[in-house]
Design a protein around this ligand. Sequence first.
Ligand SMILES: *Cc1c(COP(=O)(O)O)cnc(C)c1O
Length: 384
Amino acid sequence: MHFIDLHAQRARIESEVDTAIQKVLQHGMFVMGPEVRAFEAQLAEFSNTKIALGCANGTEALALPLMAWGLKPGDAVFCPSFTFCATAEIVPWLGAEPVFVDVKRETYNMDADHLVACIEAVIAEGRLTPKVIIAVDLFGQSADYPKMREIADKYGMKLIADSAQGYGTTLNGKHPGEWADVVTTSFFPAKPLGCYGDGGAVLTNDEQLAELMDSVRVHGKVTASDLKGVEFEHDPKYFNMRIGMNSRLDTIQAAILIEKLNIFADEIELRNKVADRYAEGLKGRVLAVPQVMDGVVSTWAQYVIEHENRDGLQAHLRANDIPTAVYYPVPMHVNGAYEKYEAGAGNLTVTDTIRDTVLALPMHPYLSEDDQDKVIQAIRSFNG
Ligand SMILES: *Cc1c(COP(=O)(O)O)cnc(C)c1O
């Protein structure tokens, strides 16, 4: 049994993907080739956003808007402690500081009340200026964006949706881009929408921001707006108007992603069937099965249960050849390089509790009912 089975998906679209890769090998436009533009358009349409830009990975996707907005030392960026490190990692790149916020016990997503308390604490202290909120769609579930937007507006802050695990999630039929200034995602192979290597994207309805992020991803190249009313003596291609980087999505990866996006809506449905079956088999048998907010469709990047004896259960499942994983055993506010940053407004009580109880079970669209029953039976038979 696989924790995530990429071979099953490959078997489903093998000939389409192989043909798409061959096409790129033949035309040879490996960087910013036609498939990149085609995929960007398809991605924007899928999540009902004006503009999508491919980039090198989900980490740099988070850096693009921060660089476009000119984040700098003295600025504070609020994000959950209970997340993958990349959510906070890009903040110190720019000399700014992450402030770690607690999550809600029910959804594992950022707690709006605690976020407000953290922002107020930073304002009261007066050392940092609140600038950006990064909400995370943890394990595939949309954060509470209407509330996040309200808080961002109240304090004049920007809002990023880190949808690396949740691209495709909706709240009342709407994607995170409906509320966030920018949505970022990752195409790391194990994410719900993954490629065959590294890749990422940013999505936004803000054309000015898109133009700046497009510039930042290609070494700060001149934009159409930069050129307005300006006479350049040389080819403007070689003018670099701002400090940027090189963060592009490879053409081959874009070609693969086009084929994967074609079956993505169906895969989200399959993942939800698997999740429903898990809930049926495990409800009342463990400390908690995942709770999805009213109106949310999750992409189920992970199916995470809680158990009082998590390590015992994990060992029991391992003995039964069932692979599991713990996300996240070391939350950011107690994690090596990040301990020195502020864990806002008192204790991160929920984060400090769930790090010891969470366990991710095998989850992918092609998990067979037989395998799933094995997992359910093994958990039910554990009396530790
Ligand atoms: C995977 C992930 C990222 C980073 O994506 P990469 O493509 O691996 O750089 C960022 N945030 C979250 C929440 C993630 O799960």
